[in-house]
Design a protein around this ligand. Structure first.
Ligand code: TXA
Ligand code: MG
Length: 318
């Protein structure tokens, strides 16, 4: 029964263990945010550098003041508009918040996830958990239980099965810790939606100094090399591949392609559906023993910004 699973997961958290928790974005690797030994296990399990800050996940907005101070009216507007949901707010940290969570910075990332199992876990636990995506450092975030097992299986005390994640890419991160609001990581809550709530224009921070692990260029990468190709060049490129360069996989959204040695994965032409499938498809293609994954570049429009960002990072090292 689900409630038994939640009870067991709460026990694991209370004992300082790690729980894989489904959220609407991606699966998280959760630990008690007030237990330094438990937090240490997250860094060990992921192989994540200690100075990369973690997001605190809470069940209810009434818990926010335990973790953050100087919360501006604009921050509250965003919280009320989008929580529970795929938005992380970067706020000034409250005194006493462990520097293990904040990576030594004076700010903290907080979000209220809307996945019913995350909500049930956080409510039953009664306090915050810190939860990065449940993958090894630098790899693709998991959006299914199988993917969590593949990434971290034996390192997790308990895995809660919440099915495939609804959104499929990580939360939008907005820095509201100063007067100049910035989007640090694009996500399914778009700049326009945020601007519509605030009635002001936001900048998308590039090459930001604040440490956002997802802002490392090489983040979210499969093992197989990924190459982004403009639609107009893709057909030419595919037909000019030599036998030695095959097989390849190709991810398209505007046309299907049938050629020996080319595994064509047709994606949705809708950015929300594309995002939902993106990590799972990359993970599956990564298992196919192809030499390259060629990806049709997506439109350069605001509604595609989260997908474009993750594809750019997946391709960076390749
Ligand atoms: O959708 C999500 O946000 C998922 C689910 C599990 O909630 N979590 C997630 O966590 O993506 P993680 O650790 O993989 O990415 C969180 C990002 C990191 O890039 C981290 O650097 C950034 O949030 N972050 C956390 N606290 C921050 C802070 N105080 N200042 C700047 N960036 C921060
Ligand atoms: Mg991550």
């Amino acid at each position: 029964m689900l409630s038994d699973c939640i009870k067991q997961a709460v026990e694991v958290l209370r004992e300082g263990g790690l729980v894989a928790m489904p959220t609407e974005t991606v699966y998280g690797l959760a630990a008690d945010a007030k237990n330094p030994e438990a937090i240490k296990k997250i860094f060990q399990a992921k192989g994540r550098p200690a100075d990369h800050p973690l997001i605190a996940h809470i069940a209810h907005i009434s818990q926010l003041h335990e973790w953050a101070i100087d919360i501006s009216d604009k921050a509250m507007l965003l919280a009320k508009a989008f929580w529970p949901g795929p938005l992380t707010l970067i706020l000034k940290k409250a005194p006493g918040v462990s520097s293990m969570i904040t990576g030594g910075q004076d700010t903290i990332g907080v979000r209220i996830p809307r996945h019913p199992i995350a909500q049930a876990l956080l409510t039953a636990f009664g306090s915050a958990v810190v939860a990065p995506s449940a993958n090894r450092f630098g790899r693709i975030s998991p959006t299914t239980v199988m993917a969590v097992q593949e990434e971290l299986g034996d390192q997790v005390g308990c895995i809660l099965d919440g099915g495939q994640c609804e959104v499929g890419v990580e939360s939008t991160i907005v820095d509201v810790s100063s007067n100049e609001l910035r989007i640090l990581r694009p996500g399914m809550i778009t700049a326009q939606q945020i601007e519509a709530v605030l009635h002001e224009h936001l900048s998308l921070q590039k090459n930001n100094v604040p440490r956002v692990a997802g802002a490392l260029d090489s983040h979210y990468a499969p093992v197989t090399p990924v190459k982004l190709v403009e639609s107009a060049q893709l057909l030419n490129m595919l037909s000019s591949l030599s036998n030695a360069q095959l097989p390849v996989a190709v991810m398209t959204y505007s046309f299907a392609f049938d050629q020996q040695g080319v595994l064509c994965q047709m994606m949705s032409a809708d950015p929300v559906n594309y995002a939902h499938d993106l990590y799972q498809v990359l993970r599956e293609l990564d298992h196919q023993q192809v030499k390259q994954i060629l990806v049709e570049a997506v439109p350069d429009t605001p509604e595609w910004s989260a997908v474009a960002d993750r594809l750019r990072r997946a391709a960076f090292c390749s």
